[in-house]
Design a protein around this ligand. Structure first.
Ligand SMILES: Cc1cc2nc3c(=O)[nH]c(=O)nc-3n(C[C@H](O)[C@H](O)[C@H](O)COP(=O)(O)OP(=O)(O)OC[C@H]3O[C@@H](n4cnc5c(N)ncnc54)[C@H](O)[C@@H]3O)c2cc1C
Length: 242
């Protein structure tokens, strides 16, 4: 009886070992795929494309700026050529139709390569980040400085620009509450401009600006968010270790 039990366990361990070597966790494919380097158009998929309102979105082309200046050039090009434009993040967790310009006839600006800028002001308990920065990347950076975001959705695979534009939230009644945009203190927007201004410009919108509430929760309708500033709190990890 004891031999049968040992053999049974041995077989289970072998099956488990085979499964562990065959199964690999891989991140979802990039939601924006372009054919022939963009010449054949691009398709925006939803990372979780299982719901029927998450149909793919076809666009004429897509651009991948790396700096705020390149974002300005992308908006200027679209404005000059009278193209409809919307923004999509590296993650695209929202329904594609939210990020689909002109029912598919326009162009997309992806923030997937615009995510390196994180400037922490430790004394002022504040951080200013590029809109393409991922939430996990932001949390790691501020925690390393002994600070924390005051609110966060439970899902980390989202960008700063996408999460504030859609009013993403956790759950808290403490302080200003669990909606991330309620902890935003400033937004920089790239907006279309007159030809004499180069067809696009950056506007910096602070808390006292009458456009502030619209700019921080815009569903991507007011321009391209280039930078976002957040008020931070002292990390609870610092209290525990200090
Ligand atoms: C598994 C899962 C769990 C989730 N959990 C939560 C949760 O706990 N709480 C919650 O509130 N939400 C949750 N969500 C929803 C998620 O937070 C939102 O869908 C969020 O908008 C996704 O961010 P994104 O970076 O993928 O944005 P995208 O889907 O790329 O974009 C969202 C919208 O913002 C616009 N946008 C993006 N970047 C910019 C920019 N730089 N400038 C201007 N407009 C821009 C786009 O045009 C689009 O309209 C969850 C989603 C999933 C799939």
């Amino acid at each position: 009886m004891r031999t049968v039990k040992v053999q049974f366990t041995w077989w289970w361990l072998q099956i488990l070992a085979v499964q562990l070597t065959l199964i690999h966790a891989i991140p979802p494919a990039a939601p924006l795929q372009c054919q022939d380097g963009g010449a054949g158009g691009c398709t925006l998929f939803n990372s979780y494309g299982v719901w029927n309102d998450r149909r793919d979105c076809r666009v004429l082309n897509a651009t991948y700026p790396k700096t705020e200046q390149e974002l300005v050039s992308a908006v200027a090009y679209a404005n000059k050529n009278k193209l409809k434009v919307k923004v999509v993040s590296k993650f695209s967790h929202t329904i594609p139709k939210l990020a689909c310009p002109d029912g598919g006839g326009g162009v997309l600006i992806s923030t997937s390569e615009y995510g390196s800028g994180i400037e922490i002001d430790e004394a002022g308990l504040a951080v200013t980040v590029d809109a393409g920065v991922g939430l996990r990347q932001l949390i790691d950076a501020v925690e390393a400085a002994g600070l924390s975001l005051a609110a966060s959705p439970y899902w980390e695979g989202v960008s700063v620009g996408g999460l504030i534009s859609t009013g993403s939230h956790g759950s808290s009644w403490w302080g200003r509450g669990g909606a991330v945009h309620d902890h935003v203190t400033g937004v920089s927007l790239v907006v279309p401009a007159k030809p004499s201004e180069g067809y696009a410009k950056v506007v910096r919108i602070g808390e006292k600006d009458p456009l502030f509430n619209a700019a921080r929760l815009s569903l991507g309708m007011l321009g391209v968010i280039s930078k976002v500033s957040f008020q931070l709190v002292i990390s609870s990890n610092s209290w525990l270790s200090g």
